[in-house]
Design a protein around this ligand. Sequence first.
Ligand code: AP5
Length: 215
Amino acid sequence: MRIVMLGAPGSGKGTQAQRIQKDHGLPQVSTGDLLRRAVADKTPLGQKAKQAMDAGELVSDEIVLGMIKERIAQPDASKGFILDGFPRNTSQANSLDALLASMNVKLDRVVLMDVDFDILMKRLTGRRTCSTTGAVLNIYFSSPADLEACRKAGGELLQRDDDNEATIRNRLQVYERQTAPLVDYYTKQGLLKTVAATGEVDDVYSRLKGALGLG
Ligand code: AP5
């Protein structure tokens, strides 16, 4: 299956894509994660991307497309993948259509993770990533047991550089302006399903699997 996960920052795309990857073996392809790795490794691409990411703006289409082409050509993506955070504007969506057509494959489904705007700020300011397990957690919403599991594994709870209020506000505006029009784009292609993404993570996961026909 080839899936696109659409949704505002903090709507739970990464959290849910990781679960599908674990249970169904479809690799999560997150442009945000690929970019953050390039920034941490101080590659030339990472150095170019850093300024835009810190400001909550989109990185250039050229950089992101190059990364996507390389990633989905890898053997583990040959039977499918979940795109998390890509495409982010109409130009990227057109490029993705062209890329998949050149590979003789198609998207199977696009899911929109639908969350009320006022919940997003709390989810994003509270997000922490475990330095050892990589688990995406939340100081407001994760259970004490899950937060403790990170500490027991010798990990620290790290906050993303772009999860501060000013940058989050801009990321949400950029989403409204540039990414939200993709809802229409994929509705017209007959691919879009909307998932109510508020409530317990397990409940959202059940609804998502229903929308994807993953049982
Ligand atoms: P990216 O990393 O893609 O960030 P994003 O879209 O802003 O999305 P997030 O990762 O913030 O949110 P998410 O939906 O994955 O939520 P999560 O599951 O973590 O992009 C970062 C930057 O990279 C961009 O600003 C841009 O500069 C650049 N970039 C990336 N892709 C690009 C592209 N294609 N083109 C150009 N530039 C690009 O959940 C959030 C929190 O909520 C967590 O703490 C989680 O534990 C919690 N949570 C999740 N579900 C629930 C629930 N049901 N109940 C309570 N809490 C929950």
